[in-house]
Design a protein around this ligand. Structure first.
Ligand code: NDP
Length: 303
């Protein structure tokens, strides 16, 4: 008797660490080329206060910059720094021709207006891609500096799927740093895009129509198999620390990986998926900023 044993499908693992290593190797090669031409690409990282998660993020960014040969400058300030003092620092960095990228680590202390700070960064040095001029350029489909996390998600998708043209992509979340720029990038890549948020009705049913699902909600393991079309590709942006019954903690995404991997074709892990790509894209943006500034200097010289 012939008997076929069926076991639940396990989604393919989309390895963000490996993809980030490949991207960083490209960045390192381009960085060496700049250094050979006499300019050392430089990233200034500004940290205000002592938020423990921000300290870890900044440490990782500085370490990666060093690994790829990007020079980094670190500006650490106490939490009581005034907004005008921070603006004065940004003015100096904007004017310094040796600084190519400026990153202000968020969140900022509550007394500082985050929008005012993001607007004060020269758009050509805005390696986070949060300046309104870059956000507008992204929506217009221009080659501007683009937020790192969605740029990393797009690269993972293009590596895995190839051409995204005509795919239905659902983005769950509409924040300025992930959801909205993600939707704009997918539209630019010729996807049909649906954005869901906390007021969406029948969100799971809408999500279950997606060929590509991006989860960026900040709710631990909220998205289970009922949100997923069989064979969909799922990118989990979420990073949530949850406490186990025994008091220890672990990181989980916004996707319930055990449930979703029985339905999806492929899924990014947490950790080791989108996170490493975010940092790699920051390095890539620093080089793109260096290129944009070189082009703009040539133009102003000629003009
Ligand atoms: P925000 O809190 O700024 O935004 C969350 C979004 O999810 C909002 O648009 C919100 O809707 C929506 N949302 C919340 N609950 C629901 C729900 N039940 N159904 C549908 N939509 C919902 O988060 P971020 O965008 O900053 O981050 C999202 C996740 O990504 C977090 O886990 C964060 O830690 C992680 N992250 C990871 C990065 C990485 O490098 N891997 C980088 C940045 C973020 P509404 O607008 O209506 O409130």
């Amino acid at each position: 008797m012939n008997m076929t044993l069926t076991s639940p499908q396990r989604a393919e693992n989309i390895d963000g660490k490996a993809a980030a290593r490949r991207l960083l190797a490209e960045v390192a090669a381009e960085c060496r080329a700049f250094v050979d031409q006499g300019h050392h690409p430089t990233l200034a990282v500004v940290l205000v206060g002592d938020d423990p998660a921000s300290q870890v993020y900044v440490r990782n960014k500085l370490r990666t910059a060093e690994e790829v040969g990007i020079r980094s400058l670190e500006y650490r300030f106490p939490a009581n720094l005034s907004e005008s003092e921070l603006l004065a620092t940004l003015d100096k960095l904007n004017l310094d021709p040796l600084v190519n990228g400026i990153l202000v680590q968020l969140p900022l202390p509550r007394h500082i207006n985050e929008q005012a700070i993001l607007r004060a960064i020269d758009p050509l040095k805005d390696v986070d891609g949060f300046h309104p001029e870059n956000v507008g350029g992204l929506v217009h489909g221009q080659a501007v500096l683009t937020p790192c996390t969605p740029a990393g998600c797009l690269r993972l998708l293009q590596d895995y799927c190839g051409d995204l043209s005509g795919k239905h992509a659902v983005v769950v979340g509409r924040s300025n740093i992930v959801g909205k720029p993600m939707a704009a990038l997918l539209l630019k890549a010729h996807c049909s895009v649906t954005t869901l948020h906390s007021r969406s009705q029948d969100a799971a049913a809408l999500a279950a129509q997606a060929d590509i699902l991006i989860a960026a909600v900040g709710q631990p393991e909220m998205i289970d198999a009922s949100w997923i079309k069989p064979g969909a590709v799922v990118i989990d942006v979420g990073i949530n620390r949850v406490t186990r019954a025994n008091g220890s903690s672990r990181l989980v995404g916004d996707v319930d990986a055990a449930s979703v991997s029985t339905v999806a074709a492929a899924l990014t892990p947490v950790p080791g998926g989108v996170g490493p790509m975010t940092i790699a894209c920051l390095m890539q943006n620093t080089l793109q900023a260096t290129r944009l500034q070189t082009a703009s200097a040539v133009l102003s010289h000629c003009g």
